[in-house]
Design a protein around this ligand. Structure first.
Ligand code: HEC
Ligand code: HEC
Ligand code: HEC
Ligand code: HEC
Length: 111
């Protein structure tokens, strides 16, 4: 069978998309339990990274809720205030990352 150049390109794109969405098929338990689906976060298609503003359509953070955190407040730190993008710490499709520990040794776990 002869695959045209265009055909090869489409095949490549298809494999790329399938690969990507397999890796991203699992979402965090807290979001699964709340019944979130892909397009609650991915408002553009094909899937692109998710802006902080999209998280804030459901989560009121951080100004209005600083008191529920243990010190130091990760959502309102002395360096960045409340302006740090969520994706510095909270990953949706993989283990979250303790960004502050690039420099500190804080012992907190990020959901
Ligand atoms: C709670 C919000 C949320 C939900 C729900 C969600 N995603 Fe994501 N997705 C993200 C974020 C944030 C990223 C950026 C990387 C990361 O945090 O892991 C991302 C990255 C991706 C990427 C990689 C895009 C890129 O350009 O890096 C793909 C593909 C993707 N998600 C697919 C899906 C699929 C498929 C579903 C449904 C099963 C889904 N996502 C559900 C938030 C979400
Ligand atoms: C469509 C609404 C919606 C969007 C968009 C959304 N979330 Fe959520 N999220 C929820 C709900 C509902 C819960 C479960 C109830 C709760 O803990 O607030 C939750 C829970 C969480 C939790 C865990 C709370 C805990 O107590 O452990 C984190 C962390 C979180 N979301 C971060 C994010 C981030 C980061 C984004 C953007 C990538 C995002 N959410 C986008 C609705 C949303
Ligand atoms: C510097 C890392 C960091 C960044 C950036 C960050 N978070 Fe968090 N987040 C945490 C940690 C750590 C927790 C666990 C609670 C704690 O230890 O105070 C948490 C908890 C949460 C929770 C659970 C609510 C609760 O009562 O604990 C939600 C929802 C959440 N983050 C949403 C967000 C959103 C939305 C953004 C972006 C606007 C964001 N976070 C940015 C580290 C971060
Ligand atoms: C690039 C390195 C770096 C990162 C990343 C970083 N810090 Fe710091 N932080 C420092 C240094 C250096 C100091 C000590 C100098 C100072 O006080 O400004 C410090 C001091 C602090 C202090 C004590 C100073 C005060 O004003 O109270 C707190 C609290 C703190 N950091 C919290 C955080 C939190 C929370 C995060 C993550 C959101 C974070 N830091 C991320 C480098 C960093």
């Amino acid at each position: 069978m002869r695959i045209s150049l265009l055909g090869k390109f489409q095949l490549f794109v298809l494999i790329f998309i399938v690969n990507n969405s397999y890796a991203a098929n699992t979402i965090k338990e807290h979001h699964k339990e709340s019944g979130l689906s892909c397009d609650d976060c991915h408002i553009s298609k094909p899937f692109e990274s998710v802006e902080t503003g999209q998280c804030l359509t459901c989560h009121e953070l951080p100004e209005r809720k600083t008191d529920y955190h243990q010190k130091p407040d990760k959502h309102d730190s002395p360096h960045y205030g409340p302006s740090l993008d969520c994706e510095n710490c909270h990953f949706e499709h993989e283990e979250s990352v303790n960004f502050c520990n690039d420099c500190h040794e804080f012992n907190f776990k990020i959901p």
